[in-house]
Design a protein. Structure first.
Length: 400
């Protein structure tokens, strides 16, 4: 491993040199089937031709402009992004998911402060959530393992169990709470979907108490679950689509180029004023050009239907094995969690180590989500044949 890096990652001993579609190739020419997409980032695969062309074309024009001025491509990206997210009015463009969630928390607190005065600043999140690694988004994250060694954290965050409507009702005190931040499918803790009843209750309580309902769609959004945003699959208690006050996006937003966004609906659209927030690289023209390609692709109904079909194919194949090592399969679209009867990390190591050019064997790239859960987040462009090939390898490893 390169000693120039800080020791922050538990890396597998592979160094990549190039990618193509659903495949990555290391510096020794070994081939790997990628079912991780860089943790849901390379949603259109590696070196996706329309994305490559858009990035190259924009880089030839200009790659950055200060936010004192406007960028034609960033304006086009912002307009398409707002139009793609039902009920959203405007957007702040940043670089990452943590930055997007920081923006969401700031919006909720200022909204509440201006309308109700001091003291109503708490943000409620769920246990098992993951919202980022800054000091504030760590405070929002409902997993103790991420909190060790870094306190004290930003005050004003509380965590409740997902699915517990009574706990939600109690936590959403309209005298002290500014916002509720939810991943409708928690990625980092094991691909855990929230129930229809819980999200309906959240929408009702927030509307009744004027608490901002904020959805973190950083991992589960942008088509990953088969709808543009994952929360679009939920209905409120009247049967109408759930509406968000704030939505955060990142990861696959620019198909591999760093980008993040916080979108605001009607209640929150006028909260930020000049000087309230900023980001040096937010709305970067190259990222915006890439983002336009992603949005054009993942908002197509036929493309989204294919994501749903491929997700059902993956779940169906794994379930049909009836394998004794597989204890549960869950997820939506191309976001699948597979619980197994052993530690996940050694399996990830064995899957990558399988690559052997001399034996014409490819490696397999997967993720974990908790100690005994495999997380499959393949690119949307993966073929049925590649799905079958990857799952055959996974079964081979589980058979050992």
């Amino acid at each position: 491993m390169n000693g120039a890096f800080m020791n922050t990652y538990h890396r597998l001993p592979v160094t990549f040199a190039r990618g193509e579609g659903s495949w990555l190739f290391d510096i020794n020419g070994k081939k790997y089937l990628d079912l991780s997409s860089g943790i849901a980032v390379n949603c259109l695969g590696h070196a996706y031709p329309p994305l490559v062309r858009a990035i190259a074309a924009q880089a030839e024009k200009y790659s950055h402009v200060c936010n004192y001025f406007q960028s034609d491509v960033a304006e086009a990206f912002a307009e398409k992004l707002v139009a793609s997210c039902a009920g959203m009015r405007n957007v702040f463009l940043g670089n990452s998911g943590a930055e997007a969630n920081e923006g969401a928390c700031k919006i909720a607190r200022k909204y509440s402060l201006k309308k109700y005065g001091p003291g109503r600043h708490t943000i409620v999140t769920l246990r098992g959530s993951f919202h980022g690694r800054t000091i504030t988004t760590l405070a929002a994250t409902g997993q103790d393992k991420f909190h060790e060694n870094f306190g004290p954290f930003t005050e004003g965050f509380t965590h409740i169990p997902g699915g517990d409507i009574a706990a939600l009702d109690k936590a959403l005190d309209q005298k002290t709470v500014a916002g509720l931040l939810i991943e409708v499918i928690q990625g980092e803790s094991g691909i855990i979907p929230q129930s229809v009843e819980f999200i309906a209750a959240a929408a009702r309580f927030c509307a009744e108490r004027d608490i901002l309902l904020m959805f973190d769609e950083i991992q589960c959004g942008l088509g990953r679950t088969g709808t543009f945003l994952a929360f679009e699959q939920y209905r409120d208690s009247s049967g109408a689509p759930v509406r968000a006050d704030v939505v955060t996006l990142a990861k696959g937003l620019a198909g591999g180029i760093p980008a993040g966004a916080v979108l605001a609906g009607e209640k929150a659209a006028a909260v930020f004023e000049t000087g309230d927030h900023g980001s040096t690289f937010g709305g970067n023209p190259v990222a915006a050009a890439a983002g336009i390609v992603v949005l054009k692709t993942v908002t197509d109904p036929d493309f989204l239907a294919e994501i749903r079909r491929k997700g059902e194919l993956i779940s169906g194949i794994i379930s049909a094995w009836n394998h004794p090592a597989v204890t549960a399969v869950r997820g939506r679209g191309l976001m699948t969690g597979v619980d197994i009867d052993r530690e996940a990390w050694p399996l990830l190591e064995a899957a990558a180590a399988r690559a052997d050019s001399a034996k014409n064997r490819c490696g397999l790239l997967m993720l974990s989500a908790g100690p005994k859960t495999l997380r499959l987040l393949p690119p949307y462009t993966i073929s049925d044949n590649e799905i079958g090939q990857g799952l055959d390898i996974l079964k081979e490893l589980l058979d050992r």
